[in-house]
Write a protein that binds this ligand. Structure first.
Ligand SMILES: Cc1cc2nc3c(=O)[nH]c(=O)nc-3n(C[C@H](O)[C@H](O)[C@H](O)COP(=O)(O)OP(=O)(O)OC[C@H]3O[C@@H](n4cnc5c(N)ncnc54)[C@H](O)[C@@H]3O)c2cc1C
Length: 428
């Protein structure tokens, strides 16, 4: 029986189709370490791998199993740049900073592909991404985006798609236009996660699943982390819990909000060769973005449904099937074989959050839906920071990320209202 994450609903198609994952032992009693990392997704494990590789004594704990958060269950799409479009960032922060943030994301793309290549991890990379418009009124913005990326950000891989090209690449005439990005693609997220954990263990990181951090504090000169399996005393710590932070650390919790997103996998679509014949991944212009792609074995992996409260929707499959049928009417009754969800960490400006939340303790997350490449790279950059190098994390630290309004008590309710309003606008 495939493993069911205790913190994210449903068994993902990834989980159901990979070989059994290695089990890493829970922490047994108290220990001292150089760097303690809380959270075993891409951020935490990349930091651990890179630190251990350079000879640093590093310990990772995860409350569940590695990848039980977002890293093992996401849509697998790299995207390009940060979540916010580069020209919007340019307007807010000026050209120089916007370009550096964009280049950081390009470095992230290269880093992940290089890491997987170097270690022979088959992440099933497929090139190509289509960003498609569901409202005619957005066409000018999309055309300008292609121009801005080529002219001001030096990114030549985008081309504008008229309606006909969009329809033939999607196998659907649901969308009005789109952008084709040949400089990015999509991967099998769980294979990356598993390969990463293996490499972190191989380089000497001490890896512990089923070990929950209960409290992090500075005592004397050390960082002390109380867990349900013993106490870790460290020189420095990284909080890499992202959307799953809960009440562990209040600064992160007030700046990074969880939004729950759900994915369904259809049966193998052997009768529908017209659906995404080029194998690209797709994201659309809705506020509640729909994102989909074909798996290597020919299923449609379709994400779209979101939830802003802790309750799980009653029937993820029906909801996903309804969304699929709006785009692909011929799939109105398609069988959904797997349905699952997870929490995406977003920030107010949709830019990553990186802050020293107490002396010696850094928290990184809030990639706002672009975390597949960014979280891996930020984990690596954290390791560089510990090793005394100047890193692009300075760019993130300099961002003014405001806390969500409403404080710990009311912010979920306020966010629920705001996001529900934007979601409603998708339908107008
Ligand atoms: C359904 C879904 C679809 C997505 N699709 C895409 C996509 O297509 N493209 C993209 O770029 N991004 C996507 N994302 C976002 C992306 O997956 C994340 O940004 C990325 O995986 C974040 O990695 P992370 O290591 O920072 O956090 P996570 O992988 O979430 O890891 C956090 C870990 O912290 C652990 N933890 C929490 N609290 C504690 C504690 N107290 N003690 C110990 N451990 C603790 C959790 O168990 C968890 O394993 C998606 C996310 C979801 C949920």
């Amino acid at each position: 029986m495939p493993w069911q994450s205790p913190i994210s609903p449903g068994i993902s198609w990834y989980e159901a189709t990979i070989p059994e994952r290695p089990v890493y032992p829970a922490l047994a009693g108290s220990r001292k370490t150089g760097v303690a990392i809380v959270g075993g997704g891409y951020t935490g494990l990349q930091a651990a791998y890179n630190l251990a590789k350079s000879g640093t004594d590093v310990t990772v704990i995860d409350a569940c199993r590695f990848g039980d958060g977002a890293s093992g269950r996401n849509g697998g799409q790299f995207g390009t740049g940060q979540r916010a479009w580069a020209e919007d960032t340019e307007e807010a922060l000026g050209h120089e900073r916007a370009k550096l943030l964009f280049e950081m994301a390009e470095n992230a793309k290269r880093y992940v592909l290089g890491f997987a290549g170097e270690h022979g991890i088959d992440i099933e990379f497929v090139p190509g991404q289509l960003s498609v418009g569901h409202k005619k009124g957005l066409e000018t913005d999309y055309r300008r985006h292609v121009e801005a990326m080529a002219e001001r950000f030096g990114y030549p891989h985008l081309s504008f798609m008229e309606r006909d090209e969009t329809a033939s690449r999607l196998g659907s005439d649901h969308y009005h236009f789109g952008i084709r990005d040949t400089g990015t693609g999509h991967i099998h997220p769980m294979k990356l996660l598993m390969g990463l954990a293996t490499q972190a263990a191989r380089t000497g990181a001490s890896l512990h699943e089923q070990t929950k951090a209960l409290k992090i504090e500075k005592k004397g000169g050390a960082i002390v982390i109380d867990t349900d399996r013993g106490t870790i005393t460290a020189d420095r710590a990284l909080i890499a819990c992202n959307a799953y932070i809960g009440n562990l650390e209040p600064v992160t919790a007030s700046h990074v909000m969880p939004i729950r997103s759900f994915i369904g996998a259809t049966k193998i679509l052997s009768d529908h060769p017209d659906v995404l014949p080029g194998g690209e991944s797709v994201d659309d212009s809705r506020f509640v973005v729909r994102y989909f792609r074909k798996s290597k074995d020919g299923r449609l992996l379709f994400g779209g449904r979101e939830a802003y409260t802790a309750d799980n929707p009653r029937d993820i499959s029906s909801h996903i099937r309804r969304q699929i049928s709006e785009i692909y009417p011929a799939l109105a009754n398609v069988e959904i074989t797997h349905a699952w969800g997870g929490s995406v960490g977003i920030t107010m400006p949709r830019q990553p959050f990186c802050r020293e939340v107490m002396p010696g303790v850094t928290s990184i997350g809030g990639y706002s839906g672009h975390g597949v490449m960014l979280s891996n790279y930020c984990g690596k950059l954290y390791a560089d920071l510990v090793l005394g190098k100047q890193t692009e994390l300075d760019l993130l630290k300099a961002l003014k990320i405001p806390a969500f309004p409403g404080g710990m008590r009311f912010r979920s309710a306020l966010l629920f209202l705001a996001l529900s309003w934007y979601a409603l606008r998708d339908r107008l």
